[in-house]
Write a protein that binds this ligand. Sequence first.
Ligand code: HEC
Ligand code: HEC
Length: 326
Amino acid sequence: MHTTDKTNDRRKLVNNMKLQRLTIVLCSFGVLLFCGCKTIQKLPVTHTTDAHTYVKRCSTCHAVPHPSRLKYEHWKDKITVMSGKQMPVITELEKISVLSYINNHSGKGKKLYKLRCGSCHTEPDVERLRPDEWKNQLVVLDGNMPVFSEEERLAVVRYLETYAKRGRFKSEAQSAAIKGLQYPELRKIPPSFSLNDMEGNQFSLRKTEGKAVIVHFWATWCEPCREELSTLQSIWKKFANEDLQIVGIVSCKEREVDVKNFVLDQGVTFPILVDTTGQTYKSYLVKMLPTTYLIGRDGKILARANGAINWENNEIVNYIQEIVQQ
Ligand code: HEC
Ligand code: HEC
């Protein structure tokens, strides 16, 4: 009786131990899984268009980087637009290798060609590629990351801007919120333009070199533009002797006589240009009126305002003072 009890006990014990071991194994497996999952951080927001673009473009060659890991200041300038039919490779050596494969349809470059040119779409049939074209079309990223249009670049930068690790940018963004300014294309070179003013004089952005510039897109039919123009005029007067250029741009749909009357009414004395082809509105991605860009004395975009802002506001005036003195 006793012995059987003992054996039963032992069996139980052994079974218990087995169970315990199993639980330990399972638990650690669980922990591993848990830890494993934790390293793959979920993106903060995935349902917006910006997030879709970010995932679509930044997931093809490696796991999507969590923006909170990235330093915005560093990465915002590292997103490169492939223009026309340009396609990316990572290094100069890769370019040589891929080019040689496109030229000869054989050799060591084949593996790399498959890897690089097959990561975003199925690798194109190499025999259909014209070697002379591809010499110019292969872009060496050299540490930059590729997107395929300016819109995509803006979406990725916006997404990073919102969720990335912030340094100095944080305070800039905070003050931007106060001022109604945004910093979407921070430090980018603005598209150039050369347009005629109401008197037929040509005004070229290039000629403003060394000055800070406010480029203001507006229309006569736009109610908020009316008030804003008069506050811009006061800035124009205030900074008359400093390195600040203000320029207004209306679209080609405006009647000249309307613009002239409007400008006269408001007492505006800075140049008002007409975008006769619509190209400037397009290149500055003007989606609403008014839209205003601030360009620093170094010729790079500092900020943008979508919608009207009050240029007589003290903070704005101080900000412009800062920009002009920089
Ligand atoms: C064509 C392939 C490719 C695409 C597309 C791509 N990357 Fe990369 N990425 C690389 C390669 C290769 C490296 C590592 C090479 C290096 O350090 O130069 C890298 C490295 C990185 C790194 C540094 C490593 C790290 O994890 O911190 C970050 C951050 C990064 N990429 C972000 C992005 C973002 C953001 C996008 C989307 C705009 C993107 N990548 C799209 C190929 C790509
Ligand atoms: C990071 C993603 C990515 C990589 C890497 C990539 N492509 Fe592409 N490729 C695209 C996208 C996106 C398009 C469509 C572009 C468009 O229509 O604007 C495209 C289109 C093409 C086309 C069709 C263009 C046309 O004539 O309409 C060819 C050919 C092509 N890629 C070849 C290559 C080759 C060769 C490589 C390797 C060097 C490569 N791609 C690497 C994203 C990529």
